[in-house]
Every structure is written in structure tokens, then in C-alpha cells.
Design a protein around this ligand. Structure first.
Ligand SMILES: [Zn+2]
Length: 107
């Protein structure tokens, strides 16, 4: 499949690769909801970005009535709506192992 227009660049510092994954949490204020994006990144940067996204999510302050789910990894596609993105659940566990840090899982 030929790529047209532009490609989304990885958010990684100085990373020249194309972003393949989107790291986002489901946010809701009880009325409306959306995906809150933490990062768009390539496979190389995924574990690192996923790890940082989790730290940000934990540190995020919410107003009364707001909920913010844990970050998930989605396969991103140019022009796709959030609800069309495929969640890559197996990668989430793998990325946590790769990141190997002392942050404990909230669950
Ligand atoms: Zn990257």
C-alpha cells in the first residue's frame, strides 16, 4: 500500500521513524468521552513511551466526575477515527516487561 501525503512521525526525541502505535486512555466526564492521547510512536520507542504514559496517567489529576482509564496501545492508521483503532492488548503486557521498572501496576 503506497503512502500518500504525510506520515505521522514518532514522538520519540530525534526518532526518524514513522509512528505505528498510539498510546491513549479513555477519558470521560460522565457525559462525553474521548481518547486522550499520550503518544504516537514507533515499535522501537513503544515500551519507553508506554511506560511514561502510565506514569503520566497515574499522576493526572481529575475533576469530580471525570474518569481516566489506564493507557492502552492502539495500532494507529492515518485518517482513522479513534473508535476504529485496534487495541493491541498483548503488546501492553510485553511493553511493561520491556520497560522493567519499579512502577507497580495499579490493578
Ligand atoms: Zn520512535
Amino acid at each position: 500500500m503506497p503512502l500518500q501525503n504525510y506520515t505521522i512521525r514518532c514522538y520519540g526525541k530525534d526518532c526518524p521513524l514513522e509512528a505505528v502505535y498510539k498510546i491513549a486512555s479513555r477519558w470521560s466526564d460522565g457525559v462525553t468521552g474521548e481518547l486522550k492521547t499520550y503518544s504516537l510512536c514507533c515499535g522501537e520507542c513503544l515500551a519507553d513511551h508506554f511506560h511514561r504514559s502510565r506514569a503520566k496517567q497515574v499522576a493526572c489529576r481529575l475533576a469530580a466526575g471525570e474518569t481516566l482509564g489506564p493507557p492502552s496501545i492502539f495500532l494507529t492508521r492515518r485518517g482513522a477515527h479513534d473508535y476504529q483503532l485496534r487495541r493491541m492488548t498483548p503488546l501492553e503486557g510485553q511493553s511493561l516487561v520491556d520497560a522493567r521498572d519499579s512502577v507497580t501496576d495499579a490493578k
